[in-house]
Design a protein around this ligand. Structure first.
Ligand code: F0G
Length: 354
């Protein structure tokens, strides 16, 4: 089974020579990737930066996970897998469920009870995954999943799976392809720390292939209540409104710290207030609706701009990792009030103050 025609534009076909695939790899694709790199002139002017937003929410299941999942599921199928499993704060499960359905294989999802945004859960259950919620957090769910794959013939599709990172590194390729060079800074939210690691790998691979002549400084941001890499120790009970990055013991923490260190970047934290403020700002000034965890990248840029990290006019890319529609409850709780009015022309005009 291969990609079924030119309109599929699978990420694997576009970047085949940089990916660990062969003619024998069945390509399971939903036409992921090729997401816009949107300039953000109003916010950029405010911050004195040449600011861009990488809109990963426009992937087929609404998050960057699809880049990794097309590889993980395709390679799993090539190796004979008949079932995939993941622990997830939501987006990985939505993506795994979608790609598994496309591949015609079973998908098992273990999520932390009560902490998954509504849109993500809706996706997993509708794509037909078997969803179990555990009375614990993501880190505990991931421990259980690691135990299961040791004993049973189920393919792990969390970002511990190296194929996930292979797919996700293409986000870096696309940024260089659109800008014609690497940015000065790449700002990215950090949860389990797979994505920052993947981007760093991608920029370096492109540098070595002569596709760019520099790499960006990698600046990663955790939520203050779930910031093990900033504190230097695991967080037992992580808490944040940005449930996607509510993770206390990131699987790829060491690699994230290495990416920050080797690139002369940093990993810092932003508070829930800073996250929600950036979330509302990017929606109200640039027409871009991302989920709270994604806004951690912009919140971090705003914080670091205040602290003097950037030079005027630096090119900065914020990776907006997931779509705002994933988490309608947070949006409604933090948005403008809806005003109730009778179905009467004069009342409506009156209420609007026109
Ligand atoms: N942004 C969003 C929207 C995410 O869903 C995640 C991770 C991240 C950022 C952080 O990426 O883990 O590679 O550092 N979500 C995972 C999940 C954990 O289960 O969906 P990371």
């Amino acid at each position: 089974m291969s990609s079924s025609g030119p309109r599929d534009r699978s990420l694997i076909e576009r970047y085949r020579k940089f990916l660990p695939v062969s003619d024998a790899t069945p390509v399971i694709t939903l036409a992921e990737g090729s997401t816009p790199l949107l300039s953000a002139p109003r916010l950029g002017e405010r911050l004195g930066l040449n600011l861009f937003l990488k809109l990963e929410g426009l992937n087929p299941t609404g998050s960057f996970k699809d880049r990794g999942m097309t590889l993980a599921v395709s390679k799993g199928l090539e190796d004979g897998a008949r079932a995939v499993i993941c622990a997830s704060t939501g987006n990985t499960s939505a993506s795994a469920a979608a790609y598994a359905s496309r591949a015609g294989i079973r998908c098992i999802v273990i999520i932390p009870e009560g902490k998954i945004a509504a849109g993500k859960l809706a996706q997993a259950v509708t794509h037909g995954a078997q969803v179990l919620s555990v009375a614990g957090n993501f880190d505990q769910a991931l421990d259980i999943v690691r135990g299961i794959v040791e004993k049973y013939p189920v393919q792990l599709v969390n970002s511990i799976n190296p194929y996930r990172l292979e797919g996700q590194k293409t986000g870096a390729f696309e940024i260089v392809d659109s800008l014609g060079k690497a940015p000065d800074f790449l700002a990215i939210p950090v949860g389990n720390a797979g994505n920052i690691t993947a981007y760093w790998n991608g920029f370096n691979e492109y540098l070595n292939a002569g596709e760019c002549d520099s790499v960006p400084r990698m600046i990663g941001f955790q939520a203050a209540g779930a910031a093990p890499l900033v504190l230097g120790r695991p967080v037992k009970n992580p808490e944040t409104i940005a449930t996607a990055i509510r993770i206390g013991n990131p699987a790829r923490g060491d690699q994230a710290l290495a990416a920050a260190g080797d690139s002369r970047g940093l990993i810092d934290s932003v508070t829930d207030e800073e996250i929600i403020s950036a979330y509302k700002l990017v929606a109200s000034t640039e027409g871009t609706f991302c989920e709270p965890a994604s806004a951690a990248s912009l919140a971090g840029v705003i914080k670091k701009q205040r602290e003097g990290l950037f030079n005027e006019g630096d090119t900065v890319v914020c990776v907006l990792t997931g779509h705002g529609l994933k988490d309608p409850d947070t949006a409604i709780d933090n948005g403008a009030k809806v005003v109730r009015v009778d179905a009467d022309f004069d009342r409506v005009v009156d209420t609007l103050g026109l």
